[in-house]
Design a protein around this ligand. Structure first.
Ligand code: FES
Length: 65
């Protein structure tokens, strides 16, 4: 899914940014080396971050078991 049409940021890119510590849409933009144009994607990116951040680290926990 494309979250940011202006900058072509998709779910995989948001997830990658989150796994590298991004906690806000602004952080995702910095991770991608860009910044907001229209800003309409902010809510979509933040929603995705909220959905994925609680699950970060579960893979590591499972791997450690
Ligand atoms: S949709 Fe992301 S800046 Fe326009």
């Amino acid at each position: 899914m494309i979250h940011c049409v202006c900058r072509q940021i998709n779910t995989a890119k948001v997830d990658q940014a989150a796994s590298c510590g991004a906690k806000t849409a602004n952080c995702v933009m910095k991770f991608c080396g860009t910044r907001f144009n229209c800003g309409q994607c902010r809510t979509s990116i933040d929603d995705r971050l909220q959905a994925v951040i609680p699950t970060l680290g579960e893979d590591k926990l499972l791997a450690a078991e």
